[in-house]
Ligand binder design. Structure first.
Ligand SMILES: C[S@@+](CC[C@H](N)C(=O)[O-])C[C@H]1O[C@@H](n2cnc3c(N)ncnc32)[C@H](O)[C@@H]1O
Length: 431
């Protein structure tokens, strides 16, 4: 019997509507029994509906007398509207009739049918937050501290799913070699524009987890923004490096590769499950300079007494910069979260600073776009100490061809095809 992919998508989206959270395991478990064509359809429908939520709701609401409809009906309407507006491969009659089938109640079946049949008659919206489908409050919030063109750039790129990117393990192989192996597996990859060891996947042959380059530790899956972070830490072999908030170890292992696996890298995270992820990552890449420790970074000095030449605080944050892969984050956060995270982040930097040698460098980074968690954290920290020098990273960002905004405390990378928004602040301890 043919699998009803729309029904599977509907169930997942109903769960999302309740919880505002999509578990990757839920997606993967559906994908595991679909063929290639159904997988593509399922992924596009699910992520498309989440990505375009505000826009779809706006179209639907133009045709509803009473906007307060049950969530089950709203989700079905979004799915139908998405297929009509964005999926050229789906004929209109199928988008309408298959959506009507998802709805149980007879009266609502009629309503869904009527709305979807008239959907194409609605003229396009004019407001930017609708055209680029973002919650209005987030756009207004970004406008309160970012130039309009930066806000527009973030919104535009948030419409585009991020390509898969790899960081080639420079201690084990070369970009050319990895490209060759990938080609034998049917995957097309090209060198990335920004990070020295990056590859961008243009066409996926087999799943990356099954690829020889991952299994044999020749590369890691990592975006270009993350790959660039360690390049701002003035790393060299033999340094003692502390990576707080290290799991799953993307940046820890990048650091180890850059110091040629020579030196001591201590990777800290909050739980055993988390530090095990880092250990697994290091083992796969055959890196031996990494040790792990379970600790609460907000009280780091109770757990760690050694001092370090370099410290990375890649802090937990509201993750707004990950919206291309996780469009649901934009619909989950609220302004209180910005404040809550910023207090945690400041405590982490204060604690880590105490373990930094004079002349050493602490890099603070987040993958979010909020004033509270970026500029304000560093500003507050700098204002309470006399031994902090803020390092200007503008020239170096230019070298890596990364555009963004310098706020006097750090640099907010602005997105392009392979860069996602990332905030990087580099602080030197004066002696
Ligand atoms: C942004 S992620 C780090 C990503 C990682 N640096 C990488 O590149 O792969 C933030 C990490 O902070 C950890 N974390 C959150 N609160 C923490 C705490 N109080 N102490 C230690 N780690 C914490 C989380 O477990 C999570 O692994």
């Amino acid at each position: 019997m043919k699998t009803n992919v729309r029904l599977l998508a509907y169930r997942l989206l109903r769960k999302y509507e309740k919880e505002k959270f999509i578990l990757r395991e839920d997606v993967d478990s559906v994908l595991s029994f679909l063929d290639d064509k159904d997988r593509r359809f399922f992924k596009e429908l699910v992520w498309g509906v989440v990505r375009k939520e505000e826009l779809l709701d706006w179209y639907i609401n133009q045709l509803l007398k009473k906007k307060d409809i049950p969530p089950a009906v709203r989700v079905a309407l979004r799915m139908g509207a998405y297929q009509l507006l964005f999926m050229n491969s789906v004929p209109d009659y199928a988008a309408v009739s298959e959506t009507v089938k998802l709805v149980k109640n007879e009266n609502f079946k009629k309503l869904v049918n009527a709305v979807l049949r008239r959907l194409r008659t609605v003229p396009e919206p004019k407001e930017l937050h609708l055209i680029y489908s973002h919650p209005e409050w987030i756009v207004n919030y970004w406008r309160s501290f970012l130039p309009e063109e930066a806000v527009l750039r973030i919104m535009k790129w948030n419409q585009e799913p991020l390509p898969v990117m790899l960081r080639v393990n420079s201690l084990a192989t070369t970009k050319e070699e990895v490209i060759k192996i990938l080609a034998e597996e049917g995957t097309e990859a090209v060198p990335g524009k920004h990070a020295p060891f990056s590859l961008v996947v243009r066409k996926l042959g087999i799943s990356m987890n099954d690829s020889r380059v991952i299994k044999d530790g020749l590369a890691s899956v990592q975006g270009e923004s993350s790959q660039l972070v360690p390049f701002f830490m003035e790393l060299k072999p033999g340094l003692r490096v502390l990576d707080t908030c290290a799991a799953p170890g993307g940046k820890t292992t990048a650091i180890a590769e850059l110091v040629k696996d020579q030196g001591k890298i201590l990777a800290v995270d909050i739980s055993r499950e988390k530090t095990q992820l880092v250990e697994k990552h290091a083992k796969r890449l055959k890196l031996s300079s990494i040790e792990t420790k379970i600790a609460d970074v907000e009280r780091l000095t109770e757990y760690v007494q050694d001092t370090f030449d370099r410290i990375l605080v890649d802090a937990p944050c509201t993750s707004l910069g990950t919206a291309r892969n996780h469009p649901e984050v934009l619909r989950r956060v609220n302004k209180e979260d910005f404040k809550k995270f910023s207090e945690i982040q400041l405590r982490m930097v204060q604690q880590a600073w105490q373990l930094l040698e004079k002349g050493g460098i602490l890099l603070y980074s987040t993958c979010t776009v909020t004033k509270e968690e970026n500029t304000e954290v560093v500003k507050r920290f700098v204002s309470e100490r006399k031994d902090v020098e803020v390092i200007d990273t503008r020239d170096k960002m230019k070298e890596f061809e990364v555009e963004g905004i310098w706020d006097g405390y750090g640099f907010l990378m602005l997105p392009d095809e392979t860069i996602t928004p990332f905030y990087v602040s580099v602080l030197r301890k004066m002696g």
